[in-house]
Design a protein. Structure first.
Lengths: 124, 387
């Protein structure tokens, strides 16, 4: 059993959250639960997630999970959002099982983001 | 953590480094007096003399009779023996016990065990500063109260209780008074020739002695029910072969502490003031504990809108303690800070800085800069986040 609470990926993403911030006038997904708050924002062009940003009040695993999501999905088709599952990210970041609920907040935020993109599309 | 980062240790309330003179004394005893002090031969008597000398050293530190010292493995065992032993010994007189909500787990969990065994425990609340108002204790004592247990210095906040005042009330009502002195003995003046204390828990590793050794002061005439069995050592109250080297180390640490605690306190007071002056302007910062009069080796602060576990990681390579403990065994916000009226979020963002003899101004300056930078960075990550 490792005594190190964070693997190297968590440490890297925590130290350099390149996707931290907000996309002005972008679609916004938001969810809070388990004491965690996550906001995702995105600029969409040609049905693609052109620029993804996150903000969060959360523990290092949540911050790293948000950064991992943004890195994985930036540039991909909007439709791919429906495929998002937190399990692979939890595995990559070695998230302790007792923090599962926190990472599921990210899943809910991604769903909220997908809905916001859809709403924005209809408005336009 | 990367190996190239230089640790800055600000967790002296958790443990202190071994003083070089203590290590030297222990090594000497390990080499020359490793014998069983209970053995009746010449070698055994040599070790027994070393144990007896260590008892006089510790007794000199706390101004007590060496015969009142009972060796244990540390404060946790001392607390167990004192509380379980006193409650068991006096239960025919009554089963009501008193303690505070802000005690260390090593006391809280013992009282929880006694509750399961049919004792009634009154959990006293502190005031907003963490102190126990004497009138609150006075009002809680009943005819069937047998024991009061209050810690001297709180391990999380550095709050110092009025041991003389509390002890006087206990004496007045003929109630036994146990003090968890884990954070006070060797660090501040403890004069048991004048303090009305019946039992006091002591541990060596909090004052530059070795881990795994402590003591229980048992005032003359106080009877305890044994909690361990298996030999006649130490008045049958704490059987087992005595670790002569550790005891010698504790004795040496006590002698060193007696000579220098006053100077240590001046050093710590200056460091604490420097640290507080450096971070007091951070928006939303709150001091947990006493503004004045607390133990100067500890500074505990909370800050608005910051997640404690992330703050702790962002502060690396500072080694400090957190109130959230997500990286320790507990997932709950500090119950001590909650008892002081702090919200879950405030308790969760709490950081305890604890300084020691080797802490320098330069380290405090790094701590100030790290704290300010970390709080700013985490706030940047979640600026006023709302839907």
């Amino acid at each position: 059993m490792s005594l190190e609470p964070y693997n190297s990926t968590v440490r890297e993403y925590f130290a350099q959250p390149d996707h931290a911030g907000i996309v002005e006038n972008g679609a916004i997904g938001y969810f809070e639960d388990q004491g965690m708050r996550i906001r995702l924002s995105v600029e969409v062009a040609h049905d693609r997630l052109l620029r993804l940003r996150f903000q969060t009040w959360g523990c290092p695993h949540v911050i790293a999970a948000c950064e991992a999501f943004c890195r994985q999905f930036e540039g991909r088709p909007v439709a791919d959002l429906k495929q998002f599952k937190s399990a692979p990210i939890m595995r990559d970041l070695a998230v302790p099982v007792e923090k599962t609920g926190r990472i599921l907040v990210l899943e809910d935020t991604v769903r909220s983001l997908g809905q916001a993109i859809q709403d924005q599309t209809f408005q336009n | 953590m990367s190996a190239d980062k230089q640790l800055i240790y600000l967790d002296y309330a958790a443990t202190t480094p071994l003083d070089a003179r203590v290590a030297e004394r222990m090594r000497e005893v390990q080499d020359t007096a490793y014998f069983n002090p209970s053995s009746n031969h010449l070698a055994g008597r040599l070790s027994a003399q070393i144990v007896a000398h260590a008892a006089t050293q510790l007794a000199a530190l706390i101004k007590a009779d060496a015969a009142s010292i009972l060796w244990t493995s540390g404060a946790t065992e001392s607390n167990n023996l004192a509380i379980l032993g006193a409650a068991g010994q006096r239960q025919h007189r009554g089963k009501h016990l008193l303690t505070m909500r802000t005690e260390h787990k090593a006391v809280v969990d013992v009282f929880r065990t006694l509750e399961k065994r049919g004792f009634e425990v009154t959990w006293l609340d502190p005031d907003a500063d963490g102190r126990l108002p004497p009138e609150r204790l006075q009002a809680a004592i009943r005819d069937d109260t047998q024991l009061v247990s209050i810690m001297h210095i709180n391990n999380e906040t550095g709050v110092v209780q009025d041991i003389a005042g509390i002890g006087a009330i206990c004496r007045e009502h003929k109630v036994l008074f146990h003090v968890d002195g884990a954070q006070s003995v060797g660090k501040v003046s403890v004069d048991l020739s004048t303090l009305p204390v019946d039992l006091m828990s002591i541990t060596a590793h909090k004052f530059y002695g070795p881990k795994g050794i402590g003591a229980l002061y048992v005032a003359n005439g106080v009877a305890l029910e044994a909690q361990m069995f298996g030999g006649g050592q130490q008045r049958r109250l704490r059987p087992g072969t005595l670790p002569v080297d550790l005891i010698a180390g504790l004795g040496e640490a006590a002698t060193i502490a007696a000579a220098r605690y006053a100077g240590d306190l001046r050093h710590l007071s200056q460091l604490r003031q420097r640290l507080w002056d450096g971070i007091a302007e951070v928006a939303g910062i709150k001091l947990n504990g006493q503004e004045q009069g607390g133990y100067p080796g500890i500074l505990n602060v909370s800050v608005d809108d910051i997640e404690g576990e992330s703050l702790l990681l962002a502060l690396e390579p500072l080694c400090v303690a957190t109130g959230s403990a997500c990286n320790s065994q507990s997932k709950e916000p500090s119950y001590v800070l909650r008892a002081l009226g702090r919200s879950d979020k405030d308790a969760q963002s709490a950081i305890r800085f604890s300084m020691g003899r080797a802490t320098s101004n330069d380290e405090i300056d790094v701590a100030i800069e790290s704290y300010i930078t970390a709080v700013a960075a985490l706030r940047e990550l979640a600026p006023g986040i709302t839907a």
